[in-house]
Design a protein around this ligand. Structure first.
Ligand code: HEC
Ligand code: HEC
Ligand code: HEC
Ligand code: HEC
Ligand code: HEC
Length: 325
């Protein structure tokens, strides 16, 4: 009897340990990325703009109807017009709440300013400037600097481009949000890129060389090849390491390739496609070198023909010569 309870106790203790581990794991690893409810932020911009969102299907449908009315200029009460304004604010909120920025708690005030510690709309917005005010953080010329507070490497490369210069001087160059839609802040894939670059780089407008959209697509596709080669190199080095062999030389090449890979997002924003292409090629070469060196350490098939094959050839040649006589 006694030993049975003791057994149960230790089993319970085991269960408790497992539960606690799972909870700790959740808090430490899973919760910070995505699972945290936005309430815990204690940020009045987020709190208030959440409630502006049309939540139920019915509310959403009502908003559609009201929006259609205003678009077609059907006379509408003041209340409807207010609703359209609220809808813009709530749409932005919904896109933002699906973005990586919301996961990492980059809240509205990070880009818009304002005071997220006060509750009323007037107070919260008080220090916020209008989007058309040249001093506003989201005035088109200021956007790269606003984003660059956190994306410093992207900004550093972007500052060196014609894009940046033309944006500042004539507003004809793209800014960060031309390519990364507010407020979803998506990263375009190579397949979506051609259409975007073609908005300005096309045969009609003749901005820079005509092949820009195709070159850009090709450059980003080559990145996929690099990713594959890097993965192969990582696996090869790990495999040989696990077998207890010395991998220091291959590891050095692998590290070089990894460092090229880490620099890609910022290098890309220099929009020097030739330079970018060369960087990727360097990365591919380092990754291949690392693979080659691991195969050197562990020779697979013999490179030179074995003695058996040489003998067989000699006999064939002898037979041939004898028959010729
Ligand atoms: C108490 C509610 C409330 C709070 C708090 C609040 N907002 Fe708003 N916000 C609104 C409403 C309602 C609108 C849309 C109607 C309007 O323009 O008055 C709006 C509009 C906006 C706009 C669109 C520009 C404009 O003036 O029309 C931005 C940008 C914005 N809010 C950002 C923020 C930021 C950043 C914070 C936090 C510092 C914040 N809001 C806090 C209610 C709020
Ligand atoms: C990472 C930066 C960033 C974050 C975070 C962000 N915004 Fe914006 N937002 C911008 C930029 C840049 C523009 C300017 C867009 C343009 O010029 O077309 C903008 C434009 C807007 C506009 C329309 C412009 C206006 O003033 O009328 C609204 C409304 C708005 N944001 C609301 C919000 C709300 C609400 C949040 C939080 C839920 C938020 N934004 C979070 C960068 C951001
Ligand atoms: C307060 C800091 C901050 C500001 C300001 C900021 N970001 Fe971010 N951004 C982040 C963080 C954090 C992440 C997520 C981690 C990462 O990818 O580095 C991120 C991610 C991104 C991503 C990648 C999203 C993905 O799905 O991979 C893009 C694109 C982006 N930001 C664009 C912008 C643009 C454009 C602006 C300016 C309008 C901006 N950011 C302003 C902090 C910021
Ligand atoms: C002309 C279009 C364009 C402009 C302008 C632009 N980007 Fe990008 N950005 C891209 C593309 C395309 C990618 C994906 C590159 C890749 O796959 O390597 C990207 C990738 C990113 C990423 C994701 C990097 C990662 O870790 O995956 C961030 C963050 C980012 N850009 C921020 C910015 C900021 C900040 C600015 C302004 C200073 C900016 N971008 C201007 C097109 C642009
Ligand atoms: C909003 C318009 C616009 C968009 C969109 C745009 N560009 Fe440009 N681009 C320009 C302008 C303007 C110039 C400067 C041309 C000049 O004056 O010589 C330029 C120049 C360039 C150059 C010449 C190199 C340099 O910096 O001197 C390259 C390369 C380039 N763009 C690549 C791209 C790529 C890749 C994309 C798509 C991801 C893109 N651009 C999207 C407007 C744009």
């Amino acid at each position: 009897m006694f030993s049975r309870t003791k057994k149960l106790n230790s089993y319970n203790r085991y269960l408790i340990t497992v539960y606690i581990s799972v909870i700790l794991y959740f808090i430490a690893i899973i919760a910070p990325v995505g699972a945290v409810h936005l309430d815990v932020l204690k940020n009045s911009c987020v709190d208030c703009h959440t409630t502006l969102s049309p939540f139920t299907d019915e509310q959403r449908r009502l908003n559609e109807i009201r929006l259609n009315h205003t678009v077609r200029d059907i006379s509408c009460s003041l209340e409807c017009h207010e609703d359209v304004i609220r809808r813009t604010a709530s749409d932005n909120f919904q896109q933002w709440s699906d973005s990586d920025h919301s996961k990492y708690h980059v809240t509205c005030d990070a880009c818009h300013g304002g005071n997220p510690d006060v509750k009323t709309e007037a107070e919260a917005h008080a220090s916020m400037k209008d989007v058309n005010d040249p001093d506003s953080t989201i005035y088109f010329k200021n956007i790269p600097d606003t984003c660059g507070k956190c994306h410093a490497e992207e900004l550093e490369h972007f500052r060196d481009t014609m894009h940046y210069q033309r944006l500042r001087s004539t507003a004809s160059g793209p800014s960060c949000i031309t390519c990364h839609q507010p407020h979803s802040f998506k990263v375009l894939k190579s397949s979506e890129l051609t259409a975007l670059c073609s908005v300005c780089h096309n045969p009609k407008d003749k901005i820079a060389v005509a092949s820009v959209p195709q070159d850009a697509k090709r450059a980003l596709e080559k990145q996929k090849e690099f990713q594959e080669e890097l993965l192969k190199a990582k696996n090869a080095v790990a495999g040989v390491k696990a077998a207890g062999r010395d991998v220091s030389s291959a590891q050095m090449d692998l590290d070089r390739a990894i460092s090229v890979m880490n620099d890609i997002p910022s290098t890309w924003h220099g929009f020097n496609l030739k330079d970018f292409d060369e960087q990727i090629q360097n990365g591919i070469d380092w990754a291949k070198k690392a693979q080659y060196k691991t195969s050197d350490i562990e020779p697979a098939a013999p490179a030179a023909p074995g003695p058996g094959i040489i003998m067989a050839f000699a006999i064939l040649i002898m037979i041939y010569l004898m028959r010729k006589r």
